[in-house]
Design a protein around this ligand. Sequence first.
Ligand SMILES: Cc1cc2nc3c(=O)[nH]c(=O)nc-3n(C[C@H](O)[C@H](O)[C@H](O)COP(=O)(O)OP(=O)(O)OC[C@H]3O[C@@H](n4cnc5c(N)ncnc54)[C@H](O)[C@@H]3O)c2cc1C
Length: 308
Amino acid sequence: MVEETAGGVIVHGAKQLATAAPISNETYVSLSATFVRRADPRFVLAFSIPTDSPGLKILCREPVSQWAGSYGHPLATRYDEQDAMLFFDHVLVPWNRIFMLYDSAPLLQRLGSEANFRGWGNLCRIHQRMKVMTAVATLIAEAIGVIEYREVAAKLGEMATYTEMWQHAMDGVEHNAYLAENGLMSLGSMSGMNIYFAQTSARMVELLREIAGSGMIMQPSENDLANPEFRPYLDRYMPGRGVDVEYKSRLFRLAHDLAVSSFGMRQEIYEYWHGGDPNRNRINLLRTYDQADITARIKALIAEPLRS
Ligand SMILES: Cc1cc2nc3c(=O)[nH]c(=O)nc-3n(C[C@H](O)[C@H](O)[C@H](O)COP(=O)(O)OP(=O)(O)OC[C@H]3O[C@@H](n4cnc5c(N)ncnc54)[C@H](O)[C@@H]3O)c2cc1C
């Protein structure tokens, strides 16, 4: 914040990173929980800003969406969330769009306890992602006839375990919801969930790759399937167990977009980072994690006199 005016504050600087900013009406810009206690209060601010505000520049990354046939990239062609850098060149942020300025305490307190329902959508999104990954891996194991192998079934079971754990955690978050003092419903604590998924997501991608084998890479395209010279070979050598070559190819291309393609890898990086640095989040969680009761009991136990 470089200047206060009658109409609002002038903001000058940059925001790394804003997913979907170029296709949004507005972007919410805020310091992360780690940095809100910055010594210089001019850096302590949060606001929402219309995308077409004068002086706001948006730099987009290279798109990961590609059109490679009608089913080559089933997710990338639909769901590329454009990431962007925002540059603020003396942008006026009106007073009525400012949530926090100079002092972080009121906003932090409210976000932590009274308005945390904004995190619910992300929990639902993650649950769907886990279900899709597990289901695609299961269908692939069936399609290539390996689902009865003990280690393959165990890997699928590991994916199902993570997905079930997430469901249990969401049930807990809902069950612990309460009516806050301001009359709004607040969800129960979800403090460890984003960290858990940041570490679990990569494992699920790894399991999907291990189960699927080289078929993740080597599949005929729709042009290959339409090629009369090649088609007999594809029908003979590239079908699955009880499924034809087209079904198998389309299924594997979906898996490819989850765990191999530019889209899939961008998504994987997103899962790791978008909630902030997982290591930093773990440390923040540890600092607020109440162990007073259990540590007192352990100390009491080890202070007991030795029995002769
Ligand atoms: C695809 C994608 C989408 C995103 N979307 C959004 C979004 O919409 N909105 C948003 O606000 N943010 C978004 N983010 C940004 C995300 O919040 C940051 O990536 C995250 O906070 C980590 O910051 P950084 O990328 O600058 O990494 P850095 O903080 O530079 O970390 C780089 C490395 O250094 C280590 N490190 C950093 N600091 C220390 C330290 N003090 N001591 C020891 N090691 C350290 C880290 O552990 C890491 O290994 C997105 C990120 C990605 C990748």
